[in-house]
Design a protein around this ligand. Structure first.
Ligand SMILES: [Zn+2]
Length: 89
């Protein structure tokens, strides 16, 4: 079981940004904005949280990508998971 990330608030004055953008399993959509997770807000928050250690972020996202691959393959949802989870870091 993977713990959900605790995301910082990228822009505290923006009410939409105050909500955490966490993945909804097993379809891996964002629970807040409904985009594919990691959505732009989640990516921004992860980059802030891991700004001192992008290697750790890539390891964390690799683990989540593996989990997403297993779950999405069960529901026949093809997706370029490398692009989605790792290419932007
Ligand atoms: Zn989102």
């Amino acid at each position: 079981m993977t713990a959900s990330p605790r995301l910082p608030r990228p822009n505290p004055g923006d009410s939409a940004a105050d909500r955490t953008h966490l993945p909804m399993r097993p379809l891996w959509g964002c629970g807040t904005c409904r985009a594919e997770w990691p959505c732009p807000a989640a990516r921004a928050a992860l980059l802030i949280e891991y700004r001192e250690n992008l290697v750790a972020l890539r390891v964390y996202l690799s683990a989540l990508m593996t989990e997403a691959d297993a779950q999405l393959s069960q529901v026949n949802r093809a997706s370029d998971l490398y692009r989605r989870f790792l290419a932007w870091v």
